[in-house]
Design a protein around this ligand. Structure first.
Ligand SMILES: Nc1ncnc2c1ncn2[C@@H]1O[C@H](COP(=O)(O)OP(=O)(O)OP(=O)(O)O)[C@@H](O)[C@H]1O
Ligand SMILES: [Mg+2]
Length: 341
């Protein structure tokens, strides 16, 4: 059977495969996020109704992984961006986006400090490793065709949010916002494992005020997990249970709800203090900046705590997707066609 023209045409995606969530931005405006959640091994669950399946199996480099509603292996280890764990989660995100069987052209990201050396040089080896990893095949273990990444390049994560900020799409029109382009702007990206800082001035990255802090919402999760374990004298605390506790301030154990809002509040405040100190260290009071733009899912989760850090701060629209949107715009409007060929 001949593949139809639609499946032959590569589809462009912004692919922000973070430590906490994998976000996909599509040219038709759709934004999709799945938790970066998987582990090695079979799912050990048989689904009575396939429509209700919540755990999916994938194989890459001869290793089988379960992705979806599993108690996940932590993603916050050094090699995660080039790992099989990362690759199966990305494949699952593409499958969930409806891209089974499609050829993908993607821009992805790395934290600022993984992308640049302190002196501002690109860490080519790290960048190429990540591109190579994403292009390796992943086989869904159900009756679905894999999505195949044929082209991928990587840009610094927070810089992607800057592209999103300066490339403006209105209805069917795309334009560079000259005013935004001409002024110095800082981006603060509060993520799961890292918080990224980027200052862009005259279309260049100011390395003295840019970098990554190892700290994000996954630290809050860890703190809450430890607290629940101690308070209820548990040997193990499931990862999904902790996620729910952080989001809702409640933990359900043996059929009974317990309020853990205070524990969550303490964990958030601890992170916020570290973020605040690092933000002041990187940006000072931001007097020479025109704007400080907050992005990342952590911005959403900590919105009350970061409300008054700068008089000229702004929270991006759907902040968790700012990087993914910027990656897509970079691919659509900045990448040369010869790069993508
Ligand atoms: N819609 C939301 N509501 C509440 N909290 C959210 C939301 N989206 C994300 N978060 C929180 O923000 C955290 C960080 O999300 P984000 O997607 O920015 O992380 P990430 O990009 O995967 O991490 P990193 O940038 O370190 O790789 C999540 O762990 C979650 O706690
Ligand atoms: Mg991120």
């Amino acid at each position: 059977m001949m593949p139809d023209a639609n499946t032959m045409t590569p589809i462009q995606v912004g692919l922000d495969d973070g430590y906490a969530f994998t976000k996909v931005a599509l040219p038709d405006g759709r934004l999709i996020a799945i938790p970066s959640r998987a582990r090695v091994g079979k799912s050990s669950v048989t689904w009575i109704d396939d429509g209700q399946q919540r755990i999916f199996e994938y194989e890459t480099e001869g290793t089988l992984y379960s992705v979806g509603a599993v108690d996940a292996a932590p993603t916050h280890f050094e090699g995660y961006p080039n790992s099989g764990l990362n690759r199966v989660i990305v494949q699952h995100a593409l499958q969930e986006t409806g891209l089974a069987g499609r050829t993908i052209h993607a821009i992805s990201g790395l934290p600022v400090s993984a992308f640049y050396n302190k002196n501002g040089e690109q860490r080519r080896e790290t960048i190429e490793k990540k591109c190579h990893s994403l292009k390796q095949g992943v086989q869904p273990k159900m009756e679905r065709l894999p999505a195949e990444i044929a082209f991928v390049d990587v840009i610094p994560e927070a810089l992607a949010a800057w592209y999103d900020y300066v490339i403006v799409t209105k209805e069917d029109e795309v334009m560079l916002d000259e005013q935004r382009l001409s002024v110095p702007v800082a981006i603060v990206d509060i993520g799961g494992r890292t918080t990224d800082f980027v200052v862009v001035k005259d279309q260049g990255v100011i390395h003295t005020s840019s970098g990554s802090l190892q700290g994000g919402m996954l630290d809050v999760k860890q703190h809450v997990a430890n607290g629940i374990q101690a308070r209820f004298d548990l040997e193990n605390v499931g990862e999904q249970l902790v996620t729910y506790a952080v989001e809702c301030g409640v933990v359900r154990l043996q059929g009974k709800d317990h309020n853990v809002a205070e524990l969550v509040g303490t964990a958030k405040r601890e992170l916020v203090e570290r973020l605040y100190a690092e933000t002041r260290r990187q940006l000072g009071l931001g007097v020479e900046l025109d704007r400080v733009l907050f992005v990342g899912g952590g911005t959403f989760a900590l919105v009350e705590h970061i409300a008054d850090w700068f008089p000229h701060q702004v929270i991006a629209e759907h902040p968790a997707f700012a990087n993914a949107r910027g990656m897509l715009k970079y691919l659509q409007y900045v990448c040369e066609e010869s790069d993508v060929a």
